[in-house]
Design a protein around this ligand. Structure first.
Ligand code: NAP
Length: 280
Protein backbone atom coordinates (compact mmCIF):
# COMPACT_ATOMS: atom_id res chain seq x y z
CA UNK A 1 0.00 0.00 0.00
CA UNK A 2 1.25 3.50 -0.84
CA UNK A 3 2.33 5.53 2.19
CA UNK A 4 -0.01 8.32 3.19
CA UNK A 5 1.66 11.73 3.48
CA UNK A 6 1.15 13.92 6.53
CA UNK A 7 2.37 17.50 6.96
CA UNK A 8 2.87 18.61 10.58
CA UNK A 9 3.70 22.12 11.82
CA UNK A 10 5.77 22.88 14.92
CA UNK A 11 7.82 19.68 15.13
CA UNK A 12 10.79 21.18 17.00
CA UNK A 13 9.50 20.02 20.39
CA UNK A 14 6.63 18.74 22.49
CA UNK A 15 3.50 17.43 20.81
CA UNK A 16 4.63 18.07 17.21
CA UNK A 17 7.87 16.16 17.67
CA UNK A 18 6.05 13.28 19.33
CA UNK A 19 3.46 13.17 16.52
CA UNK A 20 6.21 13.13 13.89
CA UNK A 21 7.94 10.14 15.51
CA UNK A 22 4.76 8.28 16.43
CA UNK A 23 3.11 8.62 13.03
CA UNK A 24 6.30 7.71 11.18
CA UNK A 25 6.49 4.54 13.28
CA UNK A 26 2.93 3.83 12.23
CA UNK A 27 3.89 3.92 8.57
CA UNK A 28 2.99 7.44 7.47
CA UNK A 29 5.31 9.51 5.29
CA UNK A 30 5.92 12.53 7.49
CA UNK A 31 6.78 16.05 6.41
CA UNK A 32 8.07 17.40 9.70
CA UNK A 33 8.29 21.17 9.66
CA UNK A 34 9.83 23.64 12.08
CA UNK A 35 10.38 27.37 12.24
CA UNK A 36 14.07 27.50 13.12
CA UNK A 37 16.69 26.20 10.66
CA UNK A 38 18.59 24.43 13.49
CA UNK A 39 15.45 22.42 14.33
CA UNK A 40 14.92 21.57 10.64
CA UNK A 41 18.49 20.22 10.61
CA UNK A 42 17.89 18.22 13.77
CA UNK A 43 14.75 16.66 12.30
CA UNK A 44 16.68 15.81 9.14
CA UNK A 45 19.38 14.17 11.26
CA UNK A 46 16.58 12.10 12.80
CA UNK A 47 15.77 10.85 9.29
CA UNK A 48 12.72 13.02 8.62
CA UNK A 49 11.88 14.79 5.40
CA UNK A 50 12.05 18.12 7.19
CA UNK A 51 11.29 21.56 5.89
CA UNK A 52 11.22 25.06 7.29
CA UNK A 53 7.75 26.45 7.89
CA UNK A 54 7.19 29.69 9.78
CA UNK A 55 3.48 30.35 10.24
CA UNK A 56 4.19 34.08 10.49
CA UNK A 57 5.40 34.18 6.88
CA UNK A 58 3.15 33.66 3.85
CA UNK A 59 6.24 33.10 1.73
CA UNK A 60 7.48 30.32 3.99
CA UNK A 61 4.04 28.66 4.02
CA UNK A 62 3.71 28.76 0.22
CA UNK A 63 7.26 27.58 -0.37
CA UNK A 64 6.87 24.57 1.92
CA UNK A 65 3.48 23.51 0.56
CA UNK A 66 4.84 23.66 -3.01
CA UNK A 67 7.91 21.68 -2.00
CA UNK A 68 5.83 18.97 -0.30
CA UNK A 69 3.44 18.69 -3.24
CA UNK A 70 6.33 18.33 -5.67
CA UNK A 71 7.68 15.44 -3.62
CA UNK A 72 4.30 13.70 -3.26
CA UNK A 73 2.99 14.08 -6.79
CA UNK A 74 0.43 16.61 -5.48
CA UNK A 75 -0.99 14.30 -2.81
CA UNK A 76 -1.37 15.04 0.90
CA UNK A 77 -3.54 12.81 3.04
CA UNK A 78 -3.43 14.94 6.19
CA UNK A 79 -2.44 18.30 7.59
CA UNK A 80 -1.82 18.59 11.33
CA UNK A 81 -1.98 22.22 12.44
CA UNK A 82 0.04 21.92 15.62
CA UNK A 83 2.47 24.88 15.70
CA UNK A 84 1.43 27.66 18.10
CA UNK A 85 2.50 29.46 21.26
CA UNK A 86 0.83 30.90 24.35
CA UNK A 87 1.01 34.63 25.07
CA UNK A 88 0.38 35.16 28.79
CA UNK A 89 -0.67 38.54 30.22
CA UNK A 90 -3.80 40.29 31.43
CA UNK A 91 -6.08 41.43 28.61
CA UNK A 92 -5.58 45.10 29.48
CA UNK A 93 -1.80 44.68 29.15
CA UNK A 94 -1.96 43.27 25.62
CA UNK A 95 -0.82 45.74 22.99
CA UNK A 96 -2.40 45.58 19.56
CA UNK A 97 0.89 44.18 18.19
CA UNK A 98 1.09 41.48 20.85
CA UNK A 99 -2.48 40.35 20.23
CA UNK A 100 -1.94 40.46 16.48
CA UNK A 101 1.25 38.40 16.76
CA UNK A 102 -0.65 35.74 18.70
CA UNK A 103 -3.28 35.57 15.99
CA UNK A 104 -0.72 35.67 13.15
CA UNK A 105 0.79 32.40 14.35
CA UNK A 106 -2.09 30.53 15.98
CA UNK A 107 -4.82 31.49 13.51
CA UNK A 108 -3.95 33.47 10.36
CA UNK A 109 -0.88 31.48 9.34
CA UNK A 110 -2.60 28.24 10.25
CA UNK A 111 -5.64 29.07 8.12
CA UNK A 112 -3.52 30.28 5.21
CA UNK A 113 -1.72 26.95 5.24
CA UNK A 114 -5.01 25.04 5.48
CA UNK A 115 -6.49 26.95 2.55
CA UNK A 116 -3.53 25.96 0.37
CA UNK A 117 -4.02 22.32 1.22
CA UNK A 118 -7.80 22.01 0.83
CA UNK A 119 -7.78 22.15 -3.01
CA UNK A 120 -5.22 19.32 -3.03
CA UNK A 121 -7.48 17.23 -0.80
CA UNK A 122 -10.50 18.04 -2.96
CA UNK A 123 -8.61 16.92 -6.07
CA UNK A 124 -7.61 13.59 -4.50
CA UNK A 125 -11.10 13.06 -3.09
CA UNK A 126 -10.11 12.69 0.58
CA UNK A 127 -8.24 14.36 3.40
CA UNK A 128 -7.89 14.92 7.13
CA UNK A 129 -7.33 18.31 8.76
CA UNK A 130 -6.38 18.06 12.40
CA UNK A 131 -6.48 21.21 14.48
CA UNK A 132 -4.53 21.41 17.72
CA UNK A 133 -6.81 23.48 19.91
CA UNK A 134 -6.77 23.33 23.70
CA UNK A 135 -8.76 23.05 26.88
CA UNK A 136 -8.49 26.85 26.57
CA UNK A 137 -10.54 26.61 23.38
CA UNK A 138 -13.40 25.38 25.60
CA UNK A 139 -13.09 27.56 28.72
CA UNK A 140 -11.06 30.69 29.50
CA UNK A 141 -8.50 31.23 32.23
CA UNK A 142 -7.52 34.68 33.47
CA UNK A 143 -4.25 36.18 32.18
CA UNK A 144 -4.32 33.97 29.08
CA UNK A 145 -6.70 36.14 27.04
CA UNK A 146 -4.63 36.28 23.85
CA UNK A 147 -4.17 32.51 23.75
CA UNK A 148 -7.79 31.83 24.78
CA UNK A 149 -9.02 34.10 21.99
CA UNK A 150 -6.77 32.47 19.38
CA UNK A 151 -7.96 28.97 20.29
CA UNK A 152 -11.64 29.99 20.45
CA UNK A 153 -11.18 31.51 17.00
CA UNK A 154 -9.48 28.34 15.74
CA UNK A 155 -12.43 26.31 17.06
CA UNK A 156 -14.87 28.61 15.23
CA UNK A 157 -13.01 28.38 11.92
CA UNK A 158 -12.72 24.61 12.33
CA UNK A 159 -16.43 24.19 13.05
CA UNK A 160 -17.32 26.35 10.05
CA UNK A 161 -14.91 24.49 7.81
CA UNK A 162 -16.40 21.17 8.92
CA UNK A 163 -19.85 22.35 7.82
CA UNK A 164 -18.54 23.65 4.52
CA UNK A 165 -16.60 20.44 3.78
CA UNK A 166 -19.48 18.21 4.83
CA UNK A 167 -19.86 16.44 1.49
CA UNK A 168 -16.22 16.54 0.40
CA UNK A 169 -14.73 13.51 2.23
CA UNK A 170 -12.33 15.95 3.90
CA UNK A 171 -12.70 15.58 7.66
CA UNK A 172 -11.85 18.31 10.15
CA UNK A 173 -11.09 17.16 13.71
CA UNK A 174 -10.23 19.34 16.66
CA UNK A 175 -7.90 18.00 19.36
CA UNK A 176 -8.36 19.59 22.78
CA UNK A 177 -5.46 18.80 25.11
CA UNK A 178 -5.27 19.89 28.72
CA UNK A 179 -1.77 20.19 30.22
CA UNK A 180 0.84 18.22 28.26
CA UNK A 181 4.60 17.93 28.88
CA UNK A 182 6.36 20.09 26.30
CA UNK A 183 8.26 23.36 25.89
CA UNK A 184 4.96 25.25 25.91
CA UNK A 185 5.48 26.84 29.33
CA UNK A 186 9.09 27.85 28.61
CA UNK A 187 8.01 29.40 25.30
CA UNK A 188 5.09 31.16 27.00
CA UNK A 189 7.45 32.57 29.60
CA UNK A 190 9.68 33.95 26.84
CA UNK A 191 6.65 35.58 25.16
CA UNK A 192 5.58 37.01 28.51
CA UNK A 193 8.99 38.63 29.12
CA UNK A 194 9.16 39.84 25.52
CA UNK A 195 5.76 41.47 25.24
CA UNK A 196 4.32 42.39 28.64
CA UNK A 197 5.35 45.54 30.46
CA UNK A 198 5.30 44.00 33.95
CA UNK A 199 6.73 46.98 35.83
CA UNK A 200 4.01 49.42 34.78
CA UNK A 201 1.09 47.03 35.13
CA UNK A 202 -1.59 47.12 37.78
CA UNK A 203 -0.98 43.34 37.95
CA UNK A 204 2.72 43.74 38.82
CA UNK A 205 2.51 41.73 42.07
CA UNK A 206 0.49 39.00 40.45
CA UNK A 207 2.95 38.80 37.56
CA UNK A 208 5.78 38.08 40.00
CA UNK A 209 3.88 34.90 40.92
CA UNK A 210 3.15 34.13 37.26
CA UNK A 211 6.89 34.29 36.53
CA UNK A 212 7.59 31.85 39.34
CA UNK A 213 5.01 29.43 37.95
CA UNK A 214 6.17 29.73 34.35
CA UNK A 215 9.84 29.41 35.28
CA UNK A 216 9.30 26.67 37.87
CA UNK A 217 9.46 22.92 37.32
CA UNK A 218 6.06 22.05 38.89
CA UNK A 219 3.64 20.75 36.24
CA UNK A 220 -0.08 21.53 36.33
CA UNK A 221 -2.28 18.82 37.87
CA UNK A 222 -3.27 15.99 35.48
CA UNK A 223 -0.39 16.72 33.08
CA UNK A 224 0.15 13.92 30.54
CA UNK A 225 3.01 13.09 28.15
CA UNK A 226 2.51 14.04 24.48
CA UNK A 227 1.85 10.38 23.60
CA UNK A 228 -1.66 10.94 25.00
CA UNK A 229 -2.24 13.41 22.16
CA UNK A 230 -0.71 11.01 19.62
CA UNK A 231 -3.34 8.38 20.52
CA UNK A 232 -6.20 10.75 19.66
CA UNK A 233 -4.52 12.00 16.51
CA UNK A 234 -4.22 8.41 15.28
CA UNK A 235 -7.97 8.01 15.78
CA UNK A 236 -8.67 11.23 13.89
CA UNK A 237 -6.46 10.01 11.04
CA UNK A 238 -7.72 6.45 10.87
CA UNK A 239 -11.38 6.35 11.94
CA UNK A 240 -13.74 5.88 9.02
CA UNK A 241 -15.88 8.67 10.47
CA UNK A 242 -13.58 10.75 12.67
CA UNK A 243 -15.10 12.75 15.48
CA UNK A 244 -15.34 16.54 15.39
CA UNK A 245 -13.57 16.77 18.76
CA UNK A 246 -11.14 14.66 20.74
CA UNK A 247 -10.44 15.68 24.34
CA UNK A 248 -7.12 14.78 25.95
CA UNK A 249 -6.55 14.77 29.75
CA UNK A 250 -8.97 14.59 32.62
CA UNK A 251 -9.10 18.41 32.88
CA UNK A 252 -10.49 18.74 29.35
CA UNK A 253 -13.22 16.16 29.86
CA UNK A 254 -14.14 17.71 33.21
CA UNK A 255 -14.39 21.30 31.96
CA UNK A 256 -16.23 20.30 28.78
CA UNK A 257 -18.97 18.94 31.06
CA UNK A 258 -18.82 21.72 33.67
CA UNK A 259 -19.16 24.37 30.98
CA UNK A 260 -22.41 22.82 29.84
CA UNK A 261 -24.01 22.20 33.23
CA UNK A 262 -22.86 24.97 35.58
CA UNK A 263 -24.16 28.53 35.83
CA UNK A 264 -21.53 31.04 34.62
CA UNK A 265 -21.06 32.47 38.12
CA UNK A 266 -20.13 29.08 39.58
CA UNK A 267 -17.94 28.16 36.61
CA UNK A 268 -16.11 31.50 36.96
CA UNK A 269 -15.32 30.72 40.59
CA UNK A 270 -13.82 27.37 39.65
CA UNK A 271 -11.88 28.83 36.71
CA UNK A 272 -10.54 31.67 38.86
CA UNK A 273 -9.21 29.20 41.41
CA UNK A 274 -7.83 26.91 38.66
CA UNK A 275 -5.98 29.60 36.75
CA UNK A 276 -4.79 31.54 39.80
CA UNK A 277 -6.93 34.27 38.34
CA UNK A 278 -8.93 35.10 41.44
CA UNK A 279 -5.98 36.33 43.49
CA UNK A 280 -3.99 39.48 42.86
N1 NAP B 1 1.46 21.70 26.20
C1 NAP B 1 0.23 21.94 26.54
O1 NAP B 1 -0.08 21.91 27.74
C2 NAP B 1 -0.84 22.20 25.50
C3 NAP B 1 -2.17 22.17 25.93
C4 NAP B 1 -3.16 22.43 24.99
C5 NAP B 1 -2.84 22.69 23.69
N2 NAP B 1 -1.54 22.72 23.29
C6 NAP B 1 -1.26 23.01 21.89
O2 NAP B 1 -0.41 22.00 21.37
C7 NAP B 1 0.34 22.53 20.28
C8 NAP B 1 1.80 22.16 20.45
O3 NAP B 1 2.31 22.78 21.61
P1 NAP B 1 3.36 22.08 22.58
O4 NAP B 1 2.68 21.85 23.87
O5 NAP B 1 4.02 20.95 21.91
O6 NAP B 1 4.37 23.30 22.84
P2 NAP B 1 5.85 23.56 22.31
O7 NAP B 1 6.76 22.48 22.80
O8 NAP B 1 6.13 24.97 22.69
O9 NAP B 1 5.71 23.41 20.72
C9 NAP B 1 5.10 24.41 19.95
C10 NAP B 1 5.61 24.30 18.53
O10 NAP B 1 5.01 25.35 17.75
C11 NAP B 1 6.05 25.99 17.06
N3 NAP B 1 5.77 27.36 16.65
C12 NAP B 1 5.66 28.47 17.41
N4 NAP B 1 5.52 29.55 16.62
C13 NAP B 1 5.57 29.11 15.33
C14 NAP B 1 5.53 29.73 14.06
N5 NAP B 1 5.43 31.06 13.92
N6 NAP B 1 5.61 28.96 12.95
C15 NAP B 1 5.73 27.61 13.05
N7 NAP B 1 5.81 26.97 14.22
C16 NAP B 1 5.73 27.71 15.35
C17 NAP B 1 7.24 25.94 18.00
O11 NAP B 1 8.43 26.23 17.29
P3 NAP B 1 9.69 26.96 18.04
O12 NAP B 1 10.41 25.85 18.76
O13 NAP B 1 10.48 27.52 16.91
O14 NAP B 1 9.15 28.00 18.94
C18 NAP B 1 7.14 24.49 18.45
O15 NAP B 1 7.64 23.64 17.47
C19 NAP B 1 0.04 24.02 20.25
O16 NAP B 1 -0.97 24.27 19.29
C20 NAP B 1 -0.51 24.30 21.63
O17 NAP B 1 -1.36 25.42 21.63
C21 NAP B 1 -0.53 22.49 24.18
Amino acid sequence: MKQKSVLITGCSSGIGKCLAHGLRNRGYRIYATARQPADVDELAADGFESLRLDLDSSESIRYTVNEVLQRTDSKLYALINNGAYGQPGAVEDLSRETLRAQFETNLFGTQELTNLVIPVMRAQGEGRIIQMSSLLGIVCLAYRGAYNASKYALEALSDTLRLELRHSNIHVSIIEPGPIESRFRANAYAAFKRNIDREHSVYRDYYARVEKRLAGPKPMPFTLPPEAVLKKVIRALEARRPKARYGVTFSTHLFAVLRRVLPVRVLDQILSATGNGGRR
